[in-house]
Ligand binder design. Structure first.
Ligand code: ZN
Length: 462
């Protein structure tokens, strides 16, 4: 059974135009154009009049069922991908993060097993390198051969995930030789530890000092260092969750020099600021994530970055933890609060409401940062990220006229709070398709666990 979506406004990175979209029963888009007719009488015809037709959004940054800080992020692969689908996100990139002493391929197998039979939409992985030894070095090309050419390194979380500069540089050279790209969490880990220790010594252990331990300068410094090391290693670099002008400027400088460096920010860094860490009753813990929320001036720099296309992608760093049972682990010491916030479900509508509706960015820019650029940078643009013939029929019908609010009461994620509780929401996905299969009907989830597939990718270059 083919699928014909009629009369909607198709959005690409170039513009918005009225067109019909036809996908065959293999779930591939075959035609985009005016006045298309069904190919057979069994084809399903969906009226998209008055709605936007968006490519299924791609979240380049999630942490599904991640063991972290003594607990596990609370959405499993079914919940996280279902939450993504109702929010219009039909592909996620999740970080495979093991523990020291575990081989990368072992960790990868564990990750694949977690997603298998649960994911309702497609997914891909970034492989974290959290230590450097012969096993890791040997397995990097094997990880690439399994369709995972993107890696992750951390310059923070000393003693757990952080690589020292020598290890980082060796990893960069090995990843470059294997045809990979490195994503990096860039905050100076030594500064973070020293400042956290100093606050603790003064007895300051509340959420109000979380952001003070990793100031924008510490992010700018680590971003600069990672960029220079990657340049030396001849490696394309992708800086995850850029929060501030200090880091953004380093990336812009590198791009001006002609270095291949990408900038990802996340929706929370555009909309929430560090005043939330001073909320009473431990409420600030809901927003404890690393890097932390910043000042409104940094938000403004990031918005301008999207509008000027110097911020390349928008992710979520979706890493949900329950407030009542997990965040509370750090009630007496902010250093023990599981770091992370939910967002995979809200990202698209938030960006539409607070970006497009306010005139800060355009619809094609929304599609660029949420769909097309992540696909291009991470090598799935042959299948995902655009409404065009030959691509998978990952399609979101978005009703821009609907009005409501964000709330924990209506969300699909299992988290027990919503970072945008009560915020106005303009528009929502009504019908969502993954490879032509409907996963959201009339804004309600109707997907099937196990339908999602791993997207094996080719190395970027050799
Ligand atoms: Zn992350």
């Amino acid at each position: 059974m083919g699928l014909l979506i009629r009369g909607g406004d198709v959005v690409t990175t170039e513009g918005v135009f009225r067109a019909d979209v036809y996908a065959d029963d293999d779930g591939i888009i075959r035609q985009v154009g005016r006045d298309l007719e069904p190919a057979s009488s069994s084809d399903r015809v969906v009226d998209a009049g008055g709605q936007l037709v968006l490519p299924g959004a791609i979240d380049p940054h999630t942490h599904v069922a991640l063991p972290f800080m003594g607990t596990v992020s609370c959405d499993d692969w079914f919940d996280a991908t279902a939450a993504g689908c109702v929010g219009g996100t039909t592909t996620i990139f999740d970080f495979v993060i093991g523990s020291r002493g575990e081989r990368p391929l072992e960790t990868l197998e564990a990750w694949m097993a977690k997603a298998e039979g649960k994911a309702v939409s497609d997914y891909a992985y970034h492989m974290a390198v959290i230590e450097w030894n012969d096993d890791v070095e040997r397995e990097i090309p094997e990880v690439v051969a399994r369709g995972i050419p993107s890696f992750k390194a951390f310059t923070a979380y000393k003693g757990a995930l952080m690589l020292e500069d020598e290890e980082l540089f060796k990893a960069m050279r090995a990843i470059a030789a294997a045809g990979g790209i490195l994503t990096i969490h860039a905050v100076n880990g030594a500064v973070l530890n020293a400042l956290a220790e100093a606050f603790a010594a003064e007895g300051r252990l509340g959420t109000d000092v979380h952001h003070l331990c990793q100031p924008p300068e510490s992010e700018g410094e680590a971003t600069h260092r990672a960029i220079r090391l990657a340049g030396l290693a001849g490696l394309p670099l992708y800086v995850v969750h850029v929060t501030c002008d200090a880091a953004l400027k380093e990336i812009q400088e590198a791009n001006k020099r002609g270095q291949e460096v990408y900038c990802e920010t996340c929706i929370q860094y555009l909309l929430l600021d560090d005043s939330l860490y001073s909320l009473p009753d431990f409420e600030g813990a809901k927003y404890v994530a690393s890097p932390p929320l910043r000042k409104p001036s940094d938000q403004e720099a990031l918005w301008q970055g999207i509008a000027r296309r110097t911020v390349h992608t928008l992710g979520t760093d979706h890493a949900p933890f329950h407030f009542e049972t997990q965040k509370v682990m750090g009630k007496d010491d902010f250093r023990k609060i599981p770091n992370g916030m939910p967002g995979v479900e809200e990202r698209l509508s938030l960006l539409y409401t607070y970006g497009v509706e306010t005139g800060r960015i355009t619809l094609p820019q929304l599609v660029e940062v949420c769909c097309t650029a992540p696909a291009r940078i991470f090598g799935i643009d042959d299948r995902k990220g655009a409404i065009r013939p030959g691509a998978d029929a990952d399609i979101v019908l978005y009703d821009p006229h609907w009005e409501g609010t964000f709330s924990v009461k209506t969300q699909r994620s299992t988290t027990d709070y919503n970072c945008y509780e009560g915020w106005k929401r303009k528009g929502r996905p009504t019908q969502v398709f993954v490879r032509g299969r409907q996963v959201v009907r009339d804004s309600a989830f109707c997907g099937e666990p196990g339908f999602g597939r791993h997207l094996a990718r080719k190395p970027r270059r050799r």
